[in-house]
Design a protein around this ligand. Structure first.
Ligand code: HEM
Length: 420
């Protein structure tokens, strides 16, 4: 008995307890220090408590190899946890719960398989056959700001660019941009704990309106199909089966929202990294052909998607830690992207490295469908911006990050441009 106690004490001494790792404070992903810079916390967790139990009972996994293994774990599911507002039993009560149970990121096998195959293949084929002139749109959006010499690289440039690109692909009216953006911003509440009843109600209303808007559009496209992504989704078949009307509507909601919400942040985060590393900015200006590497490294260094949720569908183990059935498990992509086991000097922004092992787009059966489009948009946006200017200066000393669990989004990135 005494020797068992001694062993436990010894083991405790070898592996610091969670609170010791975090300087006595429980992990709070909405704490301003974490929102401002999560990387020191990720490092401590990765080094001392890589499968960490949060105060809420959920787990957070921070090492690259454990997250890669988790992506392939058959018992880690995507369906919302039964403790979440968007859980299955709330489908009748809340629109947001009903939408969640109809879109890819929250579906498990077997429901996930058919819509994933259809949506992924239609999206890829449509992108290939209907290339959008992304650089042309970026140049047009930039023009007035080159004259005024200032812009918010997010609202005036990144968001406008990504909204226009996805709207063109889907055949959505430019005039509808503002309401589409309002809805997509609310759609993204599905990916983090909904903070209050008020946000839940606003999200419910926004998603009900978004659905109604798309329902009308889908009915029109059935009658008069065009050469757009929505029309193609409606006629696509896999093994003789196609998407139901509600699946098609909710898939459009997902594609528009995904097409905007992280993409503008990817442009801003990479621009910020270049700005903070002037020699890399000079190199990127002098050698635009290096832009694909700059973008990949930007997405590794400060991924817009930081954390994704899974749920233990049965009792399981991750890296030797037992996790009980029904417990939420967060995979910290942002921490994996800074894991020194995979990336040498991970806290350096170094576009000359091979960042291909980044996890910003997930991996495996739910991996991102839009990765190619994302990289193309960030490349075009930055190339156009650098070509059109001699210098870019950030106009504030205090950058504010949005307090949204799981995302790394600047609220604004005001810049001063000196045109060439
Ligand atoms: C910087 C921008 C983006 C980032 C960082 C990003 C990241 C991710 C991640 C991490 C996942 C996996 C989620 C999981 O495993 O649970 C995902 C899934 C997905 N992404 Fe993206 N994404 C981006 C842009 C896009 C774009 C532009 C589109 C298409 C318009 C898109 C479409 C999707 C879809 C449909 C899924 C769901 C796949 C499934 O569950 O089967 N994403 N994305």
């Amino acid at each position: 008995m005494r020797s068992a106690k001694r062993l436990i004490e010894r083991l405790r001494g070898l592996r610091p307890r969670a609170d010791d790792v975090l300087d006595g404070c429980p992990l709070d992903m909405l704490a301003s220090s974490f929102v401002h810079d999560p990387y020191p916390v990720y490092r401590r967790l990765r080094e001392h408590d890589p499968v960490h139990r949060c105060k809420s009972g959920a787990w957070i996994v921070t090492r690259h190899r454990d997250i890669v293994a988790s992506f392939a774990h058959p018992a880690l599911g995507n369906a919302p946890s039964r403790f979440s507002v968007i859980c299955a039993r709330n489908r009748e009560r809340y629109v947001c719960a009903d939408v969640a149970h109809n879109v890819l990121p929250f579906l498990d096998k077997p429901e996930h398989v058919l819509p994933r195959r259809i949506i992924a293949s239609v999206f890829r084929a449509h992108m290939k056959d209907n290339p959008v002139d992304i650089a042309g749109i970026a140049r047009r959006l930039l023009e007035p700001h080159l004259r005024s010499g200032t812009m918010d690289a997010i609202a005036d440039f990144g968001t406008s660019l990504s909204a226009e690109v996805i709207s063109r692909l889907m055949g959505l009216a430019v005039a509808d941009r503002d309401r589409l953006l309002y809805w997509s911003h609310h759609f993204f509440h599905l990916f983090a704990p909904i903070p209050s009843d008020e946000v839940r109600d606003r999200t419910d209303q926004a998603l009900a309106d978004f659905r109604e808007y798309l329902r009308v559009l889908v009915q029109e496209r059935r009658l008069r199909p065009g050469a757009d992504l929505i029309s193609n989704l409606l006629i696509a078949e896999d093994d003789g089966r196609c998407l139901s009307e509600q699946q098609a509507i909710d898939a459009c909601m997902l594609l528009f929202s995904d097409g905007v919400e992280n993409v503008d942040a990817g442009i801003a985060n990479t621009l910020l990294a270049l700005h903070r590393h002037p020699s890399e900015m000079l190199r990127a200006r002098a050698a635009p052909e290096t832009m694909p590497n700059v973008v990949l490294e930007g997405l590794r260094y400060n991924s817009p998607a930081q954390l994704i949720a899974r749920v233990a569908r049965e009792d399981l183990e991750i890296a030797g830690t037992s996790i009980r059935r029904d417990t939420p498990v967060f995979l910290a992509l942002g921490a994996a992207n800074r894991d020194p086991e995979v990336f040498e000097k991970p806290d350096s922004f170094d576009p000359s490295r091979n960042a291909a092992a980044l996890l910003s787009f997930g991996m495996g059966r739910h991996s991102c469908i839009g990765g190619t489009l994302v990289r193309l948009q960030i490349e075009c946006a930055l190339r156009v911006l650098l070509q059109a200017t001699n210098t870019i200066r950030i106009e504030t000393d205090t950058l504010e990050w949005t307090p949204r669990v799981g995302h790394r989004w600047l609220k604004a990135l005001p810049i001063r441009l000196s045109p060439r």
